[in-house]
Design a protein around this ligand. Structure first.
Ligand code: ATP
Ligand code: MG
Length: 213
């Protein structure tokens, strides 16, 4: 029996490596130099597949992978069940925030009953956030480079991930509200957890012991 772990390249892959190591697993190929999408490990029964960050829940939900690591941002936008989320791995930490141009009066724009135009990849979270505040929102779905939207007049505000704030600063945007902290979680296919329990359970336990506070 083989276990497949879905990861996305970049910070999630990099920050998952120490957790894998704690579970005795070492990825034997470097995704930054190899073009392979399936990576072997030192364990013949464990392999890693590289997918887009937003595709990780889909792979795990439908059994293309037995488990994966996905940001809370991605999981909140993913509709569907069959995903067991046993652990917050506390990696790839950042926050979901609202940002605007420095000259935009956000406080006035979110007075009860007002209307605001928001561009974001995170339409589910943004819709809920502004509904909770009683603000009417016109949402514009984007897939990247959200910082451009307020600069070009496409939107008044964006909802995006912020860690250091340097991307916002470089684009003369201001973080005007924090919505929630974000980190990445382990997601497991529920059927796989039963069928491959002998491999998966010790991995989950080892990850849990290796989580950094
Ligand atoms: P792509 O860059 O390929 O279009 P993506 O933007 O979804 O895809 P990443 O930027 O690598 O992929 O982000 C992957 C995950 O890492 C996100 O879902 C989020 O949970 C987390 N993340 C994103 N930006 C940051 C950040 N600035 N700091 C920390 N974690 C982040
Ligand atoms: Mg990105």
């Amino acid at each position: 029996m083989t276990v497949t772990l879905a990861l996305s390249k970049g910070r999630i892959f990099d920050e998952t490596l120490p957790l894998l190591k704690a579970a005795g697993i070492e990825v034997t190929e470097d995704p930054e130099t190899s073009r392979k999408l399936i990576l072997t490990t030192n364990r013949p029964d464990v392999r890693v597949v590289l997918v887009r960050a937003t595709d990780v829940p889909t792979y795990v939900q439908y059994g293309g992978a037995d488990m994966g690591v996905a940001g809370k941002d991605v999981l909140l936008e993913h509709d569907g069940n069959g995903l067991y989320q046993p652990l917050d791995l506390n990696i790839a930490r950042c926050r979901m925030s609202v940002a605007t141009r420095a000259d935009f009066d956000y406080a006035a724009a979110v007075k009860q009953g007002s209307r605001i135009r928001v561009a974001t990849k995170y339409t589910t979270v943004a819709r809920q956030h502004f509904a909770d505040k009683g603000v009417h929102v016109d949402l514009i779905k984007l897939y990247g480079s959200m910082e451009l939207a307020p600069l070009t007049g496409l939107a008044d505000a964006i909802v995006d991930l912020v860690s250091t704030g340097s991307t916002l600063r470089a684009n003369h945007l201001v973080e005007v509200e924090q919505i929630m902290p974000i980190s990445s979680r382990l997601v497991v296919n529920q059927a796989a957890l039963k069928l491959k329990r002998d491999i998966l359970r010790p991995l989950i336990d080892a990850f849990e012991s290796a989580i950094q506070p």
